[in-house]
Write a protein that binds this ligand. Structure first.
Ligand SMILES: [Zn+2]
Length: 114
């Protein structure tokens, strides 16, 4: 079973960074804390933009942005369909995660119910 979780509570940067250490082949979604956010970028767990130790304390999860982590990309997309329906799937240009099947960059997350 794949764990998907959002970290947005005080002190959660430490839990987030621990998750990265324990899941080196996992994936991370960077999104804003608001459910109406259109920002939805997927990274590999090792990407330096979501990982760098030199970031200020709290920079990853305690301000405007939150992180959602999973071992499978498709679980992050499922999360997004429920939690970020205004966003479209984007993949980090630096770490270049392999796109999930049926979800190339730019695919709207809005549930298809027509
Ligand atoms: Zn990245």
């Amino acid at each position: 079973m794949t764990a998907v979780f959002a970290t947005n509570a005080t002190g959660s940067d430490q839990e987030y960074l621990l998750w990265l250490l324990l899941h080196p082949h996992g994936f991370v979604l960077n999104t804003e804390s608001s459910a109406t956010s259109r920002y939805f970028t997927l990274h590999q767990a090792g990407c330096q933009t979501i990982n760098a130790a030199q970031h200020e304390p709290g920079a990853f999860t305690q301000r405007q942005y939150i992180k959602v982590c999973a071992d499978e990309l498709r679980d992050l997309i499922s999360w997004g369909q429920a939690q970020r329906p205004h966003a479209s799937v984007e993949y980090c240009g630096l770490c270049n995660p392999t796109p999930a099947p049926s979800y190339p960059a730019g695919t709207p997350l809005r549930p298809r119910n027509t």
